[in-house]
Design a protein around this ligand. Structure first.
Ligand code: CA
Ligand code: CA
Ligand code: CA
Length: 213
């Protein structure tokens, strides 16, 4: 009997099976080159609907906002921006007005199938004596909190713990963008936007397109 990758006794070499990208992903729990699954440009100029499908119709996504302090600014409630922001097209925007330290707004995405999402946060930044974006990113699969496996800050923020970034300077460029990856499947993603300061002006962040294997 021939064994893949081994030289059989008859001298016949059998090539090893070539792993597809999908089988590599299944084996390792991650993927080398995730493809875009939700292009928020589909909704440009509109608020995200409460329920929508991934671009290939395979995953149903429920979207909701929790705003315990009524800080969400009208007109920015999960709106897919109608143009480019900080170099990224049509991010989903949330904005707060007059938020105080401890206040937050949650944007919550629930997935009908567990996914390992990656995406960019947009315009996480700070303006002295005005506002200070702080964003906590967590997932769950129903059994506890799952933090991102990777957080790649830009030049305008610092990572403060395993799931949180805080703006340190004002920008409207790519320095405001933060790359987020999960290498464990999650059924719920929560983006918690806070103002870490006691300054009380208008502030916003965005969420760019979702990628997963
Ligand atoms: Ca897009
Ligand atoms: Ca900015
Ligand atoms: Ca901002």
């Amino acid at each position: 009997m021939l064994t893949a990758g081994a030289v059989a006794s008859a001298g016949i070499w059998v090539a090893p099976a070539v792993l597809s990208l999908e089988s590599v992903a299944a084996a390792t729990g991650s993927c080398l080159s995730p493809s875009r699954q939700v292009d928020f440009s589909r909704f440009a100029g509109s608020a995200l609907p409460a329920t929508f499908l991934s671009d290939d119709n395979s995953v149903t996504i429920n979207f909701s906002i929790v705003d315990p302090w009524n800080r969400q600014q009208a007109g920015y409630e999960g709106v897919a921006w109608n143009t480019t922001l900080n170099g990224l097209d049509n991010p989903v925007i949330t904005a707060m007005e007059n938020a105080r330290r401890g206040n937050y707004v949650d944007l919550i995405f629930r997935f009908s199938t567990p996914v390992c999402p990656s995406f960019s946060l947009v315009d996480v930044d700070r303006s002295t004596f005005s506002w200070e974006d702080t964003v906590q990113i967590t997932g769950t699969n129903g059994a506890g909190t799952i933090n991102p496996s990777s957080i790649a800050v830009g030049g305008a923020q610092v990572q403060v713990n395993a799931n949180t970034v805080r703006g340190t300077s004002s920008t409207s460029s790519a320095a405001g963008n933060v790359g987020i990856e999960f290498d464990q499947p999650i059924t719920e993603l929560k983006i918690r936007h806070q103002d870490n300061s006691e300054w009380t002006a208008f502030q916003w962040i965005g969420i760019h397109d979702f990628y997963w294997c």
